[in-house]
Structure formats: C-alpha cells, structure tokens
Write a protein that binds this ligand. Sequence first.
Ligand code: SF4
Length: 290
Amino acid sequence: MIKFSEHLRGVFGEKVYKITLDAGFSCPHGKCIFCEEGSFSRAHSNLLSIEEQIEAGAASLGEKFGARKFLAYFQAYSGTNKPVEELEKIYRAALVRDEVVGISIGTRPDCVDAEKLDMIAALDNYTWLEYGLQSANDKTLEWMRRGHDFACFENAVQLTKARGIKVCAHVILGLPETHDQVMHTARELKRLKVDGVKIHMLCALEGAQLAKIPYYYLSEDEYVQLVCDFVGELPNDIIVHRLAASGLSKTLVAPLWVNNKFSTLNKIERELAKRNDLLSMYLHDDKFYI
Ligand code: SF4
C-alpha cells in the first residue's frame, strides 16, 4: 500500500498540496441517507473564478507551508455534473498555471459517460476520478439510497481506466453489513484494479436522513479493526488516499469519536504496525485529511 502523499512525491519530486475548488457543481441525486447539504468543505467562495481560487489557494499554501506544486481538487457534490463543454472550460481553467500539476475530480459513477471521459483524458494531465461507491453490495446501496448499483460503478471504472485515467473509490465502513460483506467490497476493488481508495466511517450529520433513525455506530476500536482488515484485503500497490475522515464538527451528530481524527489515525497506525503490515509506514498527514 502506498500513501497518497508519498505517491505524489514520487511522481512530482516534492510534496504536492491540494487546492479544493468550488465550481458551483450540484448533485444530480441528493438522496443518500448520510448526505447533508454543506457537509463538503468549501475552501473558497464560489463567487471567485477558478483561476482566482487557484491563485488564492496557491498563495495561502505557499505562505503557510512553502508549497510549490498543487493538485486542483473538485470535491464538492458531483464534479462532472455539467455539460461537457462547460466542464472542459472549468478543468482547463484549473490547469492554466504550471504549478498545478494535476487534477482530481470527485463524482458519482452514474454522472460520467464516454464523451465526458474522452474530454478528461484529452486534458492529457495527471488525473484522478474519485467515484463514490461506498459498498459493493447492492442491498447496502439500496439501504443508503445511493440511486445506483455496483454494476454502474464497475462500468464507470472500466470506461475510466480504458482511457488511462486513475480511479479512486470512496468506501464507507460501519454500514449495516457483515464482516464478509465488507471484505467483499475490498475484493471487488482488487478485482477491478482500482488505483486508489479513500475510506470513511459512516456518520450522521445534522439534516441527514440517517440522523433521524436509530442506528448502531461502530466504536472507534471497532472501526480501527475493520479498516485494518479492509486494507489487508487490498492489493499491495493500491494508493491509500485516506483511512479515516471526520465530519464537520459543527454538524456531527454521531458517532462523536469521528471528530478525533488524529486519535483514530494513530490507533490505525499502531494496529497496522502490530499486524506487521507494510502499512505501518502509513504516517498520517493532516493536509490530506479534510
Ligand atoms: S451523491 Fe454525494 S452529494 Fe449527492 S446525495 Fe449522495 S452523498 Fe450527497
């Protein structure tokens, strides 16, 4: 397993910092059980142009950390949810400056098609498509009201990888699944040869449907064990973007331990080291836990 920041350092010769961009994307679905509007970080006002957001982000990270290379990150909502011509203008605007060495686009697997992916591939840049999968089990996807099935994700992965674009799968642990069902998701990611994975704990945020129903949330220790089991099923060359994430503290309803992200990451590291896993080299880097 390879830590994402180390992967970037290997490719670009130095630390690369993400600039989170707001291009005014929306979500074509809006029904996931865990989703609350505003749950995505919004680093910059959407009143600013993409070029202005890049300039502001680069200046701020440069001043704070001496950052010189950046990845343009479209995180909020579905970063492919516009007509292809508009998308191309947005992505190209993000890549104008030489210091922006690549682009990462978060979206739903049912929000891409061959035309959009052809355009993204033609950007001819270092590119990631981050797809929200959450689980490879269709019953769980139904429970979550994701509005797509696993076959949809598989199709998106194949279309994306066929164009040489790297794929990161977002996965949620702590769903109503057996241990074997969770491991099934890891095995499916291995089978599809996804390039990267980003793992989250299921949590309830204010305003989300999940916050209104009784639910058993994993304890921090249970999550630590499960995430270590999960990564143990993944291939050795997969790039791990994230092993734990926190909701916004202001809106988190449960479980409250999710807000202690550094405690969780330390426990995961210790457990991985105890298991004598190569991932013991996975040292957390708070710049990438947003
Ligand atoms: S796809 Fe993403 S933004 Fe849309 S409802 Fe689901 S979690 Fe929310």
